[in-house]
Design a protein around this ligand. Sequence first.
Ligand code: ZN
Length: 681
Amino acid sequence: MNQDNPLLESTPLPAFPRIRPEHVMPAIETILGDFRQATAAMLAPGAPRSFAGLLLAQQHLEQRVANAWAPVSHLHAVADSPAWREVYAPAEALLAEHAVELGQNRELYAAVQALAEAADFAGLPRPERALVEHTLRDFRLSGVSLEEPARSRFADIEVELSRLSTEFSNAVLDATEAWHEHIADERDLAGIPESGREVLRQYAREQDLDGYLVTLKQPSVHAVLTHAEVRGLRERVYWAYQTRASDQGPNAGDFDNSARIEKILALRHESAQLLGFANAAEESLATKMAASPAEVLEFLHDLAARALPVARQELAALREFAQAELGLDNLEPWDVAYAAEKLRQRRYALDEEQLRAYFPLPAVLDGLFALVAKLYGIRVMVRDGVDVWHPDVRYVELLDADGRTFAGAYLDLYARNGKRGGAWMDVCRARFVDGPQRQLPVAFVTCNFAPPPSGAPALLSHDEVQTLFHEFGHALHHLLTGIDLPAIGGIDGLEWDAVELPSQFMENFTWDRQALDLFARHHQTGERLPEELFQRLLATRHFHAGLFLVRQLEFALFDFRLHLEYDPQRGARALEILEAVRNEVAVLHPPAWQRFPHGFSHIFAGGYAAGYYSYLWAELLSADVFAAFAEHGVIDRDSGERFRREVLAVGASRPALESFVAFRGRKPEPEALLRSYGLGA
Ligand code: ZN
């Protein structure tokens, strides 16, 4: 079995077409068995307890796990099936169990601590010192110093939390796929533009139906809520979407995440307290730039104070417009996006569909590659013949100035069944250099754009272009790393609230004339985005910036307070805290049956627990970084070189604040964020 198990082969890229669910358990069991043996050997009497003998050796072992698991976890996310789920959960449990066991290995902890205390520690290269320090910190966060019974309890909690987060996101996916509405009469879709209708037609075809299928997948929800004139349809979609995986809505109770939310928060709190933190929010900050909960709350409240008056004005104007022009006397939550789009069109006469014509995906990709070539002096080339998991997937290579390939990325950009919604970047291979051994970094870039009609290119909205640039920004962070040790290169080991800096930085270019000229091309005529249309696009940039900001603040404060204020006597109180946060920063109050927390995978199934504020925090950093480029004409090779050298290349080998200051020459200034939102200063 092992001989023909592709997950056990050491290859530069995974052999996707050969990877089957039945390979997973044997591979993970073999690899973890070898891992345990090798760890015991490196701690045996007489083994050299050097950096190379301990931490570098651990990097090799961890890479073997990571290289086998990356394609599995990726396929589970983009090609989900009952067979994958069946092997994913137990394999993930094995990995979690192993991570806990390793994190509690006191002998290894003591050996690494001895490295840190050795006389020559200060003489080690910075990345090596950082790896030692991170390892010690992570040991402490893994409960290495706990005594029984706390020790076993802590271990059980970690495994349980990992299981619960998988269950949480499966419930959201199931709930998303469980609801749909078949529409035969095109008149019921009045207002929805052709691109949206094509998506709905495609959903129907996939189910062997005529007409249209409205679903809860992102492109469908967006098309209906933004454009559908039939108010009842908007209401039904909003109702189904905003109650996914909960005790409310059309599938009430079927995939309910309520108990999981309670359980997850209780376990996170208990585990934080076992480690000596007051709560899970305090624990979360141990690996972030922000120094204390007070600093996070102050940052968010300060932003709220500036954004709220603007948001209130924006909402008042929207209500007035909806009443006067659309006959909507009561602006319901399912009317907001629709009315806002109508107001936006009225005010700026910017037609999304007209704009889409200038963003055919192939041209956008070419322009994106041309942009990074100008910024960083690299080339991005499509390479055919690489094994992939779906015919839509493209593979690109990154080449340096000498024409040497130094990285690669898979681009999987279209929505389809069995593929998790949203957009994200994930690591396929990390850069790892040890003497003559050299592993190149490879990324997964995943989006969920509507598939193109046959024979024509997919036409993106400007929002989607931003999403693509955002994820490619994450990928560049990973791919342009200059660090040889995987655990502190790219995004790995980096403070969470600095992770979104390189991605949000890239979004800025989608608003810049010079950059747009690289990728905005009419799909039929090839002409550039007309100046007049560009000016109207630009004018919309800050449209409803206040409303957008207060919504982000609502999510960020909800998440942070949920973890900060958890009280075992009273339980999670998710809906109660959400209500309190809304009273503080929201201008729109959804109906009592709305269940936003139940689909909030970022914090319950992703890495953003007590860290959703990171988006805004990092956006401040990215706005300030982009301002430095703008001071030098935007597409500036020198700034690009400095940004690559001081921020992208160094990863977590030094504190993110230090990297920022090395690039910018000073600490970040909050005004940069407000300016990028068009809010004064
Ligand atoms: Zn991101």
